[in-house]
Design a protein. Structure first.
Length: 352
């Protein structure tokens, strides 16, 4: 109920929209001059350009976005889907520090280039969002044979995703060197004396996790060590911590001396699970997490993390997007982003 209706009166009419011609009249300039000043075009003096912009700000002028987009032939809307979370498509992935950073930086970088990001459910293509006027869609971490990617490409909508689409017309990729990242982390643990490392990984069909499995297998074979792997069936702290506890249970074998957790989990919860099972970190157990969680710096001991650098992934992805939509680049192309191992006390064996 409006203030006017509570008192028996009529609601106030909406404030008339300020038009470009109104700004021109107020500034004492032509409509063409004001348009050029606001769009950053034309050969205008700095004084004239600033006068037009200041008048527009003071009057609350906003360009007609619909008309501008119709003239450009684009809606300037980018869809954003996380394929790995198709079963719980809305809120769950934003609870992940990695996906929260990836999503936030994608949205912020796209907005600076004049595009708005629309979060979309991964569960269906046609029923919820097929009618939106999307210029392109970002599909983060698609699963194998992802129907969303296939449907978008069939519809002629540019797709920006991981390297699984390499070479497909209309598809562009940004990815990380997953195999190299696993080797770097395991080599570090090996150099610190680990001979019984165990890896906790998601039971996932994404390209990243498939490469993690393969790299771990090859590394173990090259070093003559048994593969010790625990797969986690679903994302979230509780399932991953249960996976960590299963990894730390000797089950008739020698206790592990190192832990690489690829499935994302809270660093404090992983350390607490180790302590509950009688491990002192790093004395008994070296720990490395694939994580963007800032609490890794604040734990006792601070936790070594393998960063997939979501900010760099997002920025590179938006640059590809702009090159395609704004500059007409059509050849399939991609960017490989290097990961970063931030070594901290949890994975450094104390000196004897």
């Amino acid at each position: 109920m409006t203030e006017a209706s509570r008192h028996g009166g009529q609601p106030s009419p909406p404030t008339p929209r300020v038009r470009l011609v109104d700004v021109a009249r107020e500034a004492g300039l032509s409509k063409t001059t004001v348009s050029a000043a606001l769009n950053g075009t034309g050969r205008l003096s700095p004084e004239v350009r600033e006068k037009a912009r200041e008048t527009a700000r003071r009057m609350g002028y906003r360009p007609n976005a619909t008309a501008r987009h119709l003239r450009a032939g684009r809606a300037r809307l980018i869809g954003y889907v996380v394929g790995e979370f198709a079963a719980t498509p809305w809120a769950t992935f934003l609870e992940s520090p990695y996906f929260a950073r990836l999503t936030g930086v994608t949205a912020a970088t796209a907005l600076r280039r004049g595009y708005a990001v629309v979060l979309l459910p991964a569960g269906s293509l046609q029923s919820e969002w097929a009618d939106l006027s999307l210029d392109a869609v970002v599909v983060a971490d698609p699963v194998a044979d992802d129907p969303v990617v296939e449907g978008l490409l069939a519809a002629g909508i540019p797709v920006f995703t991981d390297r699984s689409v390499e070479g497909l017309p209309g598809a562009y990729w940004v990815d990380v060197d997953a195999a190299g990242a696993v080797r770097v982390a395991l080599d570090h643990l090996h150099e610190q004396g680990a001979r019984r490392p165990v890896v906790v990984v998601p039971d996932s069909t994404t390209r990243f996790h498939a490469e993690v499995y393969a790299a771990h297998r090859e590394w173990c074979a090259a070093h003559g060590l048994p593969e010790r792997v625990v797969r986690v069936g679903e994302p979230g702290d509780a399932p991953v911590v249960r996976g960590v506890e299963a990894a730390l249970t000797a089950d008739g074998r020698e206790r592990p001396d190192a832990l690489l957790v690829v499935a994302e989990a809270s660093p404090p919860l992983v350390l607490e699970a180790a302590r509950r099972h009688g491990y002192a970190v790093p004395d008994d157990l070296l720990v490395v997490l694939v994580s963007e969680d800032a609490t890794a710096l604040l734990t006792d001991p601070p936790v070594t993390t393998l960063s997939l650098r979501p900010e760099a992934i997002a920025e590179a992805g938006v640059e590809h997007l702009v090159a395609v939509l704004e500059h007409g680049r059509r050849e399939p192309t991609g960017t490989l982003v290097e990961t970063r191992l931030d070594v901290r006390a949890s994975s450094v064996r104390p000196s004897s």
